[in-house]
Design a protein around this ligand. Structure first.
Ligand code: NAD
Ligand code: DAU
Length: 351
């Protein structure tokens, strides 16, 4: 069937990989990228596919219900894959309300619009909500998050994502919308905005600036290459069971300081610097408030039910990521200087 899919947040980091995958893999689908182009949205991420006939961009804020309704009407939208969000924990500590608006109210706007537009037969449409492992809170030294782990969010970001997940559940239970949710661990890869650990540190190593490690550096994250996340999203969207949640992770836990040391070593090798040179940039700084100690995903369910597993090792994925950033320093410069925000104006003002 020829689907007409809204992908929200398609100009962001993960969303751009999902849009690219769907546009290239499903030429008979219409892919509508709905994105407000906040500081995190960058259409340069999609330069390679933005002239494809099955790709459309709509600069729409998910807080604007009328604009959302217009997009549903204009394209006859059949399905939604919802990634748009405020995504950075440190920003949520400074401006929690931005996260309430976009992540909670924006998600409810989208659910409500979809419910109304699909009222004739809700069973023909799917609403896929992309969430995070942070909703489960923090783990001790052992154990993994499963799909039945109780929600226990600690940051304004994770509380807002948890709330949006609950609304998705409520729309399913109350109105019988066909929904599916996935909760993923930390992604890394090309187009990652340089406010998050890995791209920030790649940028700082290139520039020989300090590498600010929070607290004791012994916090643990489970890292997944973003292209593997996009492949998982494709599988869950097409084959995931209605009403189910799927945890997605890399089976790949790293303490921050060990990851940073590996990154320094790989970058020294690639930049032809003496090994140990970049490690000298490591600077321990004040901890993030409410910093979750450890995240780790049990991705057995998606592996058993849908046959998904990560395709690359962390060393491979990290190496490819560094290579991408080193060959795309103009992208990095445009983002850090703010120039990327002119791209929309130059590309779309006459379309
Ligand atoms: P990102 O910050 O890189 O991109 C977010 C995108 O959403 C941007 O293009 C931005 O312009 C858009 N956006 C923000 N507010 C909007 C609004 N009000 N209306 C329309 N568009 C808006 O985020 P990301 O890292 O790609 O994350 C995408 C999704 O995946 C989020 O829902 C996030 O919670 C989830 N997630 C991220 C990770 C990760 O490691 N990055 C892991 C698990 C889950
Ligand atoms: O777990 C999934 C989540 O991963 C996603 O839902 C979020 O959208 C995404 O931003 C990410 O959240 P984290 O807070 O884990 O990612 P971040 O890259 O900000 O930080 C990773 C770890 O590195 C964390 O323990 C904090 C630490 N850190 C981060 C930065 C930016 C530092 O020590 N120094 C830094 O400068």
């Amino acid at each position: 069937m020829s689907k007409k899919i809204i992908i929200t947040g398609g100009a962001g980091f993960i969303g751009s990989h999902v849009v690219r995958l769907f546009v290239n893999k499903y030429p008979n689908y219409t892919i509508i990228n709905v994105d407000a182009l906040t500081y995190a949205g960058n259409l340069e991420n999609l330069k390679d596919i933005d002239t494809q006939p099955n790709y459309f961009f709509e600069k729409v804020n998910i807080l604007d219900v009328k604009a959302l309704e217009d997009v549903f009407d204009k394209y006859g939208v059949t399905d939604v894959i919802h990634l748009a969000a405020e995504s950075h924990v440190d920003r949520s500590i400074v401006s929690p309300l931005d996260f309430v608006y976009t992540n909670i109210i924006g998600t409810v706007n989208l659910l409500n619009t979809a419910k109304n537009k699909w009222a004739a037969d809700l069973s023909k449409h799917r609403f896929y909500h992309i969430s995070t492992d942070e909703v489960y809170g923090s783990l001790g030294e052992t154990g993994l998050f499963t799909e039945t782990t109780a929600y226990d969010p600690n940051s304004p970001y994770s509380a807002s994502k948890a709330s949006s997940d609950h609304f998705v559940r409520a729309y399913r239970e109350t109105y019988h919308m066909q929904t599916v949710v996935s909760n993923c661990s930390n992604n890394y890869g090309p187009f990652h905005f340089p406010e998050k650990l890995i791209p920030l540190f790649i940028h700082n190593i290139i520039q020989e600036k300090p590498l600010p490690v929070y607290g004791d550096g012994l916090y643990t994250r489970d890292w997944l290459y973003v292209k593997d996340h996009a492949l998982a999203i494709d599988l869950v969207f097409h084959d995931g069971k209605d009403g189910e949640t799927y945890n997605i992770g890399g089976f790949n836990e790293w303490k921050n300081i060990d990851l940073v040391k590996l990154l320094c070593k790989q970058m020294d090798e690639k930049l032809g610097r003496e090994i140990g040179h970049s490690e000298k940039l490591i600077t321990y700084i004040k901890d993030r408030p409410g910093h979750d100690r450890r995240y780790a995903i049990d991705a057995t369910k998606i592996n058993k039910e849908l046959g998904w597993k990560p395709s690359v090792t962390f060393e491979q994925g990290l190496s490819e990521t560094i290579d991408w950033f080193l060959s795309n320093q103009e992208w990095l410069q445009n983002v850090t200087s703010g120039n990327y925000q002119n791209y929309y104006q130059s590309m779309y003002s006459n379309r």
